[in-house]
Design a protein around this ligand. Sequence first.
Ligand code: IVH
Length: 594
Amino acid sequence: MDKLETNFMNEILEPKIKRYFHSLKKKLEEHDERYYRDAAPVISDFEYDCLKHEWRELLRQYPALQLESESIGDDRREGFATFPHLSPMLSLSNTYDRSEVDAFDQRICRVLREEEALSYIIEHKIDGVAVNLIYEEGHLIRALTRGNGREGDDVTKNVLTIQGLPSYLSDAPQRLELRGEVYIPLNVFGEINRQREKRGEEPFANPRNLAAGTLKTLDISIVQQRKLQLWIHSLGLCEKLFIGTMIDFYHVLKKWQLPHVEFFESAGSLEEIWNCIEIIDRRRHMLPFATDGVVLKINDRSLQQILGETQHSPRWAFAYKFAPERIETRLEKISLQVGRSGVVTPVAVLRPVWIAGTEVKRATLHNVSEIERKDIREGDTVVLEKAGEVIPAITEVVLSRRSPTSVPFVFPEKCPQCGTLLSRAVGEVAWRCLNDHCPAKVECRMLHFASRSAMHIEGLGDNLVHQLCQRGYVKDVADMYDLSQEQLMSCESIGTKTAEKVIRNLEQSKNCPLWRFLHGLGIPGVGEKTSKDLASSFPDVRALMAASPEALRAIPGIGEKTALDVHAYFQSSSVILMIDRLEASGIRYIHTSA
Ligand code: IVH
């Protein structure tokens, strides 16, 4: 189609197509907003990519729509200074379709017909957030998000929290742009979500969204806790430094001690490409970060230049994304778990299925709004999806297979464990049981006190603690130190040896670092780090109990809310009594940060 013909076609089809285009644009913008601003997407990556694909197809067919396509995927936000990139920050063409990878290779072979043998490098596509690092005379002067591709938001302060990122490079070109992916390691992501769920907060959807939200966080202490990391994978402007191939580029990065792409494979033919993709796919489950596909790049940079780029993406690189593994199973039951802080979390009990190498029997449903939004009911056939995310999630219900007798799930008004009326704080999604004597909460408190990250009392696991609580031997943590060998041995599958060991471990735990003791108490809002901050400012728990909210607030790392929470916790007469009993049983603090 020539240009005139295109314009003509665009005019004829305009009203209907334009309307559709705008509805698609609105949808994408809304999802971008949820994704970039709130770091809480409501659709999966796969669904988003499908919408985006449709959008690109429309643009390809009706180029006149280009003028209306400006703001899609623009991550710039208010509150950030915006700066131009030295060279445009492009995106990658991507596909879930194998035949498009073949077509990419064929296109390149056609264009470079006369050139020497082709060599691709194939590497992981990191599921993170793109950043552009600008170095001038070796000094890192700015880190920008992609923004609209021409200019991005200044996130330098946050990027500088990344450990191992050099802010000076020796023998670097006058001006240099390095592009990479900021990510949050999977274990850090898992831990952050566990903490959030305990506090009744909505968990983050996936590591990439958390990284995106963190890069746009203005509170530097939060950014530090999130332990951002980076992988450099490409080059923007590079003045007066000849780098012949991508492999050479990675060697240069290594010399500068920059975190960079380490696992890549080389391929010459289509057959080799697919072999390499298979190798990379197999390796991805062992990596400490999320990936969502592979990137194919022409190794030779002079060939890259010949191939050039379109307005959106280079013609020398291509991303093949792994479609999320999806599987259907039956949701047998929605059970309700009561956590240490009283938050009631609905959990889907599933007919066991295998997905992405693990057997899945349960999946969190997060909270009641999640159940309502997806209208998830007991007995439904549900779709489980596992992509870059660590935990498989229920993405939808197969309505066509819903039983006509099914009824919407009704979240109980009372605690499923103790029958107390549940309550919900303003602005929170979680329902909580506020009864401090609720058996589920008591059990969680015991387990937390004995856990590895608190008092580390071996032998006090789920089964034993459950039995001790059920038999009424322990009602608060101080009772654990009064346990007799007979009481322990009256529990199922506890013999003399185990009972003696538990008593010995309890005895040994009495000499403990103050921070472990404080963490073990489970004071609201006080995790491991805050416990260490508090412990380093007070000689013992008595001094901490006597501190005013103002004195607590003055401790580095302690915010206003935590100061008030800690103070309020120690005003409770039952807490004071429990600490009296703990100290009477012989708890002594040793001063160490380990
Ligand atoms: S090379 C266009 N290599 O994926 C610039 N990009 O969805 C060439 N990404 O914009 C980029 N892993 O932010 C490259 N190993 C990798 C990558 C990678 C993740 C990002 C990058 C890109 C986006 C496209």
